[in-house]
Design a protein around this ligand. Structure first.
Ligand SMILES: NC(=O)C1=CN([C@@H]2O[C@H](COP(=O)(O)OP(=O)(O)OC[C@H]3O[C@@H](n4cnc5c(N)ncnc54)[C@H](OP(=O)(O)O)[C@@H]3O)[C@@H](O)[C@H]2O)C=CC1
Ligand SMILES: Nc1nc(=O)c2c([nH]1)NC[C@@H]1CN(c3ccc(C(=O)N[C@@H](CCC(=O)O)C(=O)O)cc3)C=[N+]21
Ligand SMILES: [Mg+2]
Length: 287
């Protein structure tokens, strides 16, 4: 029997607890946690995420604002908005939706966000803290994957975890968290040899590639736990639908447990963004 790792359900429990913690926080400090989401351009997928984020922020009891800028926004203008949010005491968390249009310098923006308001955990100070096990703000998607893994497996010590993908957003911080949880960690990417054979050795397989259904059933060790981070929009029978980086049908015949797309990592990411917003607000009121 294969276990379905239900991200929708697990994330609902996380948000429910968070709403309780937020109430306590507001009662104690008289401050409502504030989240600002910045979206440059009108990428339809990003609009979906931003909508979900604003909805969940409201459910958690936060104050949330959405800042939409046109696709041809210049660096100066975006910098000015980020600085304004950095200086706004009602804003505790800032998320700039990535990727940015190509005229904008992404590293410059990530550095400009105040590290204590960086609820994505992408600022170099937060990346360094994560690498040395001192992180407060942990990237949302990998944090969500860890919650799912711990809920499914309990202690992860000694397990061989294979992460497919090495982006700053998912693959690298995922590997850091798995290592911290005492896994033996292998990271593979587009230049790796023997990816299939390496995947087949995984007790835990995390797919963050951005290639629809790349990971086949035959790549999975029987009984393994599979976390599918991929969000890929594909056309099927003239309809747009979302698929992951794992061929779900085949994989679920081999895996011991597997997360679906949609309804897996996506909702967990948003729940963890809310967790980070409360963490950031806590840090700022006690600073
Ligand atoms: N559910 C959620 O909340 C989130 C989902 N996502 C989704 O996760 C997926 C990955 O996102 P992200 O990490 O940002 O993507 P990136 O494109 O930044 O990184 C993809 C990684 O996969 C590697 N890769 C690409 N092709 C292959 C291949 N054929 N074999 C092995 N490795 C390969 C790349 O290698 P190299 O480094 O060598 O180029 C790179 O490291 C996407 O589908 C994205 O939409 C992302 C963020 C959040
Ligand atoms: N600075 C920044 N931080 C991010 O965390 C970030 C980002 N930029 N850019 C884009 C990616 C992608 N991402 C998702 C969030 C939620 C869902 C999500 O809610 N998915 C639902 C359904 C979505 C749908 O129906 O389209 C699900 O999988 O069930 C998906 C993807 C966050 N990202
Ligand atoms: Mg994130």
């Amino acid at each position: 029997m294969t276990l379905l790792i239900d991200g929708k359900k697990i994330s609902a429990a996380v948000v429910e607890q968070l709403a309780i913690d937020t109430k306590t926080f507001i009662a104690e400090f008289g401050v409502t946690p504030g989240l600002a989401v910045v979206l440059v351009g009108d990428d339809p997928a990003s609009q979906v995420y931003v909508r979900n984020k604003v909805k969940q922020a409201t459910a958690a009891g936060f104050h949330s604002t959405e800042h939409r800028l046109p696709a041809d926004t210049g660096q100066e203008e975006l910098n000015a908005l980020v600085e304004q949010l950095n200086n706004d005491p009602s804003v505790h968390g800032i998320l700039v939706q990535l990727p940015l249009p190509e005229q904008l310098n992404e590293p410059e923006i990530i550095r400009l966000i105040a590290a204590e308001k960086d609820v994505d955990g992408f600022h170099p100070l937060n990346v360094g803290a994560l690498a040395s096990g001192m992180a407060e703000l942990i990237p949302c998607t990998p944090m969500g994957c860890m919650i799912m893994l711990e809920k499914t497996l309990g202690d992860l010590s000694g397990k061989h975890a294979v992460v497919v993908g090495r982006s700053n957003i998912v693959g690298k911080p995922m590997a850091a968290l798995l290592l911290q949880a005492n896994c033996t960690v292998t990271v593979v990417h587009s230049r790796s040899a023997e990816i299939e054979a390496i995947c087949r050795q995984a007790d835990i397989l995390v797919a963050a590639v951005g290639r629809p259904e790349m990971i086949r059933g035959s790549w999975i060790k029987p009984g393994a736990t599979v976390i599918d981070v991929g969000i890929n929009a594909v056309e099927k029978d003239g309809k747009r639908r979302l698929v992951g980086d794992v061929a779900f049908g085949e994989a679920s015949e081999v895996a011991g447990a597997i997360s679906p797309v949609p309804g897996g990592v996506g909702p967990m990411t948003i729940a963890c963004l809310m967790k980070n917003t409360l963490t950031a607000a806590r840090q700022q009121v006690s600073a």
